[in-house]
Design a protein around this ligand. Structure first.
Ligand code: GLU
Length: 419
């Protein structure tokens, strides 16, 4: 029996099962590695603008505390539930371990559509959520960050709320803050840049010319937009983009800087162009060199995986590809090069780690240094994944996750079981 349920949690369990079988982890060791250490559920009451009181359910799951504090984003979305948050926390653990960060995974969220409440209500809810979490988080216990539906402003409110209760400024309690409030240069762009950097590496290995190569981006939030911008800078044509309001297509390549200005002003890609309208249902099946799913989990299922027409699948989102789709991709390994989520989007948490380190030391880096170190870590993890996949004759996802799980397992086994 477990309190965690739902399709996303099941997906994380299934994926772990594949890895545990591959690593021949004994049955009695598996739950210790997989099941989250703590789950916190809180009620967050706020005054609505009309004077009524509304209560929102908030969650935080801390997967393991073996390697240091837990680390991970906070998601504001109607679909958020405990099972989804737990799965995302588990994935954060494998991600942090794969790239060598001294963290366990965590994730949090509130079941709310942030677009459906006012800015004042959003601030009240963000502050109340952090206030409810104070007994369970800390710079050396659990460090939050942005995720879907949250941004730098929400992180600034989190940091301010925590700091007011401490009676001093504690910037190191969250990452992804505005640079003006102790954030680091390069964090906003970090995830998208990492996705584009790795996609570029693979294109070069496949001898595909960057100039004129094509990309399709599903999701135009923080990750998708900066991945698109960076790929655009590398010379790729971004031929299709989608978000929750629709999709755009232009064979000659979309003007990504203009589209980013539009979304900054209007909140979505809606209204950018009437001529370039595209059916969002066709986004994944559009022929392209690089496909970047950068929205929700489980977007690519088995039948969809059969229909993909990309050379590189660069997973910007967490968990965009189901285990059934993985089986299809395994058969298509020579056609589609997979850069799995825990590697592909890890640039975000890598630069969050840099932000935390800078805040703890009060010594701040130039953006070039942030980027150089980010790419160094991504390249090393990429090399390790590719080598492991070749050596063990396993798909990239299995290789990446195996490296992550192995590191957590080694830490747990060398520390032993207390008491
Ligand atoms: N939410 C992001 C992720 O899923 C970033 C987490 C962080 O920076 O701590 O990787």
């Amino acid at each position: 029996m477990t309190v965690y349920s739902g399709p996303v949690f099941e997906m994380a369990v299934n994926q772990f099962g594949v890895i545990a079988d591959h690593l021949a982890i004994p049955a009695d060791e598996r739950d210790r590695l997989l099941m989250p250490k703590r789950a916190i559920v809180v009620s967050c009451p706020i005054h609505r603008d009309d004077g009524t009181i509304a209560v929102y359910e908030g969650y935080r799951v801390q997967h393991h505390l073996t390697l240091g504090p837990t680390k991970g984003g906070t998601r504001f979305a109607s679909s958020v539930d405990l099972g989804e948050v737990a799965a995302l926390a588990i994935w954060m653990s494998w991600k942090c371990a794969l790239v060598g960060l001294p963290y366990g995974g965590a994730k949090g969220g509130i079941a709310v559509d942030p677009a459906a409440i006012s800015k004042r209500e959003l601030e009240a809810l963000s502050r109340r959520y952090m206030q409810e979490m104070i007994p369970f988080v800390g710079p050396h216990t659990d460090v939050m960050a942005p995720d879907m539906g949250t941004n730098e402003q929400v992180m600034a409110w989190f940091m301010d709320t925590y700091s007011m209760y401490q009676g001093r400024t504690v910037t190191e309690i969250v990452t992804g803050k505005p640079v003006a409030s102790g954030g680091t240069l390069g964090r906003r762009e970090a995830t998208g840049r990492g996705v584009a950097h790795l996609a570029k590496r693979v294109l070069k290995e496949l001898a595909i010319d960057l100039n004129g190569a094509t990309a399709v981006i599903q999701g135009f939030g923080n990750v998708g937009s900066y991945a698109a911008l960076e790929l655009h800078r590398f010379g790729l044509k971004i031929i299709a983009v989608s978000d929750h309001t629709g999709a755009l297509y232009n064979k000659a390549g979309l003007d990504i800087p203009a589209l980013m200005r539009h979304t900054a002003e209007h909140g979505s890609i809606k209204g950018f162009s009437s001529e370039m309208q595209y059916d969002p249902a066709d986004i994944f099946t559009t022929a392209c060199d690089v496909l970047v799913p950068a929205a929700m989990e489980r977007a690519i299922d088995g039948p969809m995986a059969e229909k993909l027409q990309c050379r590189v699948l660069a997973e910007g989102a967490n968990g965009p590809t189901t285990p059934e789709a993985d089986l299809v991709l395994e058969k298509r390994q020579d056609e589609i090069f997979l850069i799995p989520d825990i590697l592909c989007n890890s640039g975000g948490v890598v630069v969050s780690y840099f932000e935390w380190v800078q805040d703890l030391q009060q010594l701040f880096w130039e953006e070039e240094e942030v980027m150089r170190r980010e790419y160094q870590i991504l390249d090393r993890a990429f090399d390790q994944m590719v080598m492991r996949a070749k050596l063990d004759r396993i798909p990239h996802r299995t290789a990446a996750m195996a490296i992550g799980v192995e590191k957590v397992r080694a830490a747990k086994n060398t520390r032993g079981l207390f008491p």
